[in-house]
Design a protein around this ligand. Sequence first.
Ligand code: ME8
Length: 518
Amino acid sequence: MAEPFYITTAINYPNGRPHIGHAYEGIAADVIARFQRLRGRDVRFQTGTDEHGLKMARKADEQGRTPRDLADEMSGYFREMDEKLNISFDRFIRTVEDDHHRASQEIWRRMEAAGDLYLDRYEGWYSVRDEAYYDESELKVGNGGEKLSPQDTPVEWTVEESWFFRLSKYEKPLLDLLRKPGFLEPASRRNEMIAFVEGGLRDLSVSRTSFDWGVKVPGSDNHVMYVWVDALTNYITGLGFPDDTEEMRKFWPANLHLIGKDIVRFHTIYWPAFLMSADLPLPKSVFGHGFLLNRGQKESKSLGNVTDPLALADEFGVDTLRYFLMREVAFGQDGSYSPEAIVTRANAELANSFGNLAQRTLSMIAKNMDGAIGDFEPAGEDKALLQTVQDACAQDLPREFERLAFSVGIEAWIKAVYACNQYVDEQAPWTLRKTDPERMKAVLQTLFMCLRDLAIAIQPVVPEKAAILLEQLGVPSDERGYDALGDHGWYQRLVASGFTVAKPIPVFPRLELPAGED
Ligand code: ME8
């Protein structure tokens, strides 16, 4: 039976429309989900929106509407974005859903039964933007002398009755967990979290009484849960918790929580502590990716540089945007994007290299061989090129994707594309057509084989375009998994089936920079 693989993204705050950071995380998670499916894993992929809390309540208030109304509208845009970007989720969860309230109340009851919850008074700093409590010692001072969170967001002094979670009790097991190789990547984030726990953990305020937009605390009707308690629980709600479901048994603990670097504390300290308290297994790994910057700058409404990811997808194409984001930025680090960087990268690698290779090869086969590929047993330099391509597609790219080093994996792939292009230039099949038609045939057959491997390997990144190309190459839809890369009988089967190459349509046309961009 296929090995299960459960991947989740952070659930997004729908207090506004999605931005490029949301698109980036969704795309990266989708690349992982598709990659694992192609490797034969039984994948479950969850994403969604995080709709409770003070941030949502305040935003709705500003707009003179109910939080639910705001959440309904904005959550719809997130789902639309995911669909447009080809994000192949199995469940898009909304935290306002009934099953989620039920799951959150059950985890609460379990934490209470473990003796980990007590009623007290919270007095301290809170950042609504981060939905986070901060200790005085963590705060910075802004230019106007005001106090700011470590993420540069405003904090407010908060005093109210609150339930507390005995986080301090979990210091030792949390340190053991954080030190476990592979639990938290990249390593830089791990050191930061270890230092935080070593500094001593205070018990965490886990309920609020000054507003009511949230999940009700069982038995304490005037309290709603701290938004992060319910938000984190989404990962098990989606599997049917607290019922003993097949999904829960199969997919929990999650293989990977993919999140951004700003919310690592919640996922590697609070969430494991809640799970330990509720006596549930801990996620296998958490990866905190970097932030995406617009020409090196953080996007903000005041700078007027907020990009709509759907506008980028419309302008350059969904797959081009996906390719750019996974290729350009070393995953785990911050990265920058701009329209000209997208156009430059897409033209150099997708249009001029991969697209052109496919276009040249398939048109020559269609024109000079009547589309019939014909029997072929590669030898010599043809075999050597095939080996180079095979190594990149069946070994290098999968090995790097497995450790989430997407840009390194794609680099190995594009180098194989370059090797093919160099081979075309050296062999010059257009000249061979007159001088040595048999040799021309062998060259085109070699390239045809290479294209098939290249297209299979890159599917997770550019699913739509790869599918078009695989169609043009006659590769049956059930022979597109990574295991097909090791199958040496495919070519003969294709020849035997009588397949012919049709005159191709370019898969990756060249892009122009839109007018007005410089
Ligand atoms: O944090 N570049 O929601 P959110 C890359 N609801 N990633 C970015 C980014 C950027 N510029 N800006 C944000 C929340 N992100 C909570 C999560 S999970 C139980 C609850 C990432 O809408 C961010 O790091 O503020 C997070 O992983 C995700 O987008 C959602 O951010």
